[in-house]
Design a protein around this ligand. Structure first.
Ligand SMILES: [Zn+2]
Length: 372
């Protein structure tokens, strides 16, 4: 069926990679794709005037828990379109034994979903999913990766004592094998040692991702003014770093120390789950507010929830407002509002600017957001 052309106008574009960054281009959409960005065209189109709000590529959250069938899981829409996020990546809720039912549920949501397959077959149906080595079934993992090649964007390994018990090398070895076979990144969650970073990071290469990269636990990435040598080496190999705020995994002090010591990172993600959606995380946009408060320029913040995410998980034609790209967009305001947020160590971050999503378009279809 022919759909009519849509034209979004009068919005300030935030896209550092576009020549139209910070201008108000006419954005034309047809059949779910962006077909023109720039001057007004002489064509029939349904025009939507967004009245000087901001518009960016649809926000994407690289680390969430969006499978409601596991105990810590939320729903994709709750933390997706309802919060201005057009695509959520579930980070390991599913292993080979429980992925089928989650995939079957996805058409009931408006938010797009991708996932990191947990190296453990049980996913996060139990929170010590790697304690028993028999829970890693390489052949079952291969079968699911082949079946859901368009949805699985990587392999998840949670490297904490509480998750792994004594089983500290096998999960990495098996994940490395799978990742190399299918050219997928491994996302490693770092937390309480053991294993220490010296044991974990050597498994990772340039496609891989460290999440919770600025946690404040004893085995963190910096020691005073110095980035740990193993961390510096991993960054030099191209290993990607992701915030993964969560309930226990983002410390503003670690962040400030690390940035001051010259460490950088790629993506801002929420790690939203049932234990942090009512604070300290609430939403991806609240994490973005805190990053602005910690001196990251706001267009840089937007870049790290759009373009950078698409690059890391190789989402073709996502993350930019440009011709040929998927018409996933977020309309938002930057409201001046003094609020006090908390990091995961419960220390205050005073925010003065608030990203307020107004609407999203998913494949060119508008979803309004109620900000009651
Ligand atoms: Zn998580």
């Amino acid at each position: 069926m022919e759909t009519s052309m849509l034209c979004i106008k009068n919005g300030i574009l935030i896209d550092r990679n576009s020549a139209h960054h910070l201008t108000c281009p006419y954005i034309y959409i047809k059949d779910g794709r962006i077909v023109h960005v720039g001057d007004k065209l002489n064509v029939d189109a349904i025009e939507i005037d967004i009245e000087q709000d901001y518009i960016s590529s649809g926000w994407m959250d690289l680390h969430t828990h969006a499978n409601p069938s596991v105990s810590i899981g939320l729903t994709p829409d709750q933390i997706g379109v309802k919060q201005g996020v057009t695509l959520v990546v579930d980070a390991g809720s599913c292993g080979s034994s429980n992925i089928d039912s989650f995939v079957a549920s996805l058409p009931s949501y408006q938010t797009k979903v991708r996932m990191f397959l947990n190296i453990s077959s049980v996913g996060l149906t139990r929170l010590d999913e790697l304690a028993d080595s028999s829970l890693i079934d390489l052949e079952a993992n291969r079968e699911k990766i082949r079946a859901y090649r368009d949805l699985i964007v990587g392999i998840k390994v949670r490297a904490s004592k509480s998750v792994m018990g004594e089983n500290m090398t096998q999960p990495f070895e098996e994940a490395r094998k799978l990742a190399d076979e299918y050219d997928l990144p491994i996302m490693v969650h770092i937390g309480n040692a053991p294993p220490v970073l010296d044991e974990v990071l050597p498994y990772l290469g340039k496609r891989d991702i460290v999440t919770h990269c600025f946690h404040g636990k004893p085995s963190k990435v910096v020691n005073g003014n110095d980035v740990l040598p193993v961390v510096r080496k991993a960054r030099n190999r191209g290993v990607k770093f992701d915030i993964g705020h969560g309930g226990a995994s983002f410390s503003q002090f670690t962040y400030t120390e690390a940035i001051t010591a010259g460490l950088s990172f790629e993506t801002i993600s929420s790690d939203l789950h049932i234990g942090c959606i009512n604070g300290p995380v609430y939403s991806l946009s609240k994490v973005m507010d805190k990053m602005v408060a910690l001196n990251l320029p706001f267009d840089d913040v937007v870049d790290r929830v759009t373009h950078q995410v698409a690059k890391i998980i190789k989402l073709d034609h996502y993350g930019k407002v440009d011709v040929g790209y998927v018409a996933d967009l977020t309309r938002f305001r930057l409201e001046t509002k003094n609020e006090i947020g908390l990091d995961a160590e419960k220390t205050e971050i005073h925010t003065s600017v608030s990203f307020t999503p107004i609407a999203v378009w998913v494949d060119g279809k508008e979803v309004l957001i109620s900000n009651e």
